[in-house]
Design a protein around this ligand. Structure first.
Ligand SMILES: N[C@@H](CCC(=O)N[C@@H](CS)C(=O)NCC(=O)O)C(=O)O
Length: 295
């Protein structure tokens, strides 16, 4: 006899932060799969101001570190957002033995639990396209997202420029790849994918460069970048994407902490230490806000 019971929609406690572009990737996946997955947003990361009495930054000025919800530090050893905690469908309680983090993995995971099929999938059903998308999501993360922090965190203009040039090279390669499909997105037939979701949060935030670093840091409207700009206009006009975009002025104020060198976070510390943002080290780049002991 056919069952009449409807399958419960998968639900999560979504440990997030409104400003975080990594978490934004998960928000985009949730928005794309609205009605197929559900979540409770938990603002689990914020900023606290510290005095530089013990010369943490060496500037003698106030500095910021990340305040973290106890729940976040409990369920994820790295204590980063996004972090997803599965809500047990029977008890409706969070099951802290079922936790997923790392933004690229989160996109993939949300897509799989959504039960979507065909063109609604963010990772194609076609194994070859799925593999290629995973390769490109990682590449876009390294080449178009990580350099963003170098432009903001590094102190010298020639260093900032180097990161900006790296980013433009990344966007140029992405543009070339876009031309291999009918466009305007990464996969054929206008199918939105994990590659698009990987880049959208940073592409949306590039406007901060001009504000903090000057007009020469505007993403050029060059011929090579035409496919990128077409992609940008297309994705930013999708309803599911529009519903996730943070207020530009509010974000500008937030990112000032990075642009002025007063923010301490794992990503910022890694870039300051001279490694790529995606290569941060949980121990070397951690800052829990405690003052260093006097030597
Ligand atoms: N590789 C991680 C990076 C996530 C990440 O760095 N998130 C930031 C917020 S934008 C964070 O949680 N920072 C906490 C810290 O730096 O301690 C991912 O892709 O999810």
């Amino acid at each position: 006899m056919a069952s009449t019971a409807t399958k419960a929609i998968p639900k999560f406690r979504y440990l997030s932060a409104w400003f975080c572009p990594f978490a934004h990737r998960s928000t985009l996946a949730f928005a794309h799969h609205k009605g197929r997955v559900d979540y409770e947003w938990v603002e689990a990361l914020g900023w606290e101001l510290q005095n530089d009495a013990n010369s943490v930054t060496g500037t003698g000025q106030d500095w910021y570190y990340h305040w973290k919800a106890e729940e976040l530090t409990r369920v994820n050893k790295s204590a980063l957002v996004p972090t997803l905690i599965t809500v047990d469908p029977e008890t409706q309680q969070p099951d802290e033995s079922k936790v997923v983090y790392e933004s690229l993995v989160c996109i993939d995971f949300i897509d799989q639990v959504s039960g979507a099929t065909g063109k609604d999938k963010l990772v194609s059903d076609d194994p070859l396209l799925a593999a290629q998308s995973r390769i490109w999501a990682d590449k876009v993360n390294r080449d178009c997202c990580s350099p963003y922090y170098g432009v903001l965190v590094r102190k010298e203009d020639d260093e900032r420029r180097e990161f900006f040039d790296k980013l433009i090279n990344g966007l140029t390669t992405f543009s070339e790849q876009l031309q291999k499909t009918p466009g305007p997105v990464f996969l054929p037939d206008g199918q939105l994918s994990n590659v698009d979701l990987t880049l959208i949060p940073w592409a949306y935030r590039y406007y901060v460069f001009e504000h903090y670093r000057g007009p020469e840091y505007k993403i050029p409207e060059s011929k090579e970048l035409e496919p990128y700009h077409e992609w940008y206009d297309h994705v930013m006009n999708l309803e599911s994407v529009k519903s996730t975009l943070p207020d530009k002025d509010r974000y500008l104020e937030h990112i000032q902490k990075y642009a002025s060198g007063s923010a301490r976070s794992k990503v910022a510390n890694a870039v300051r230490r001279g490694v790529a943002a995606h290569d941060f080290d949980d121990e070397k780049d951690d800052y829990d806000g405690s003052e260093p002991k006097a030597s």
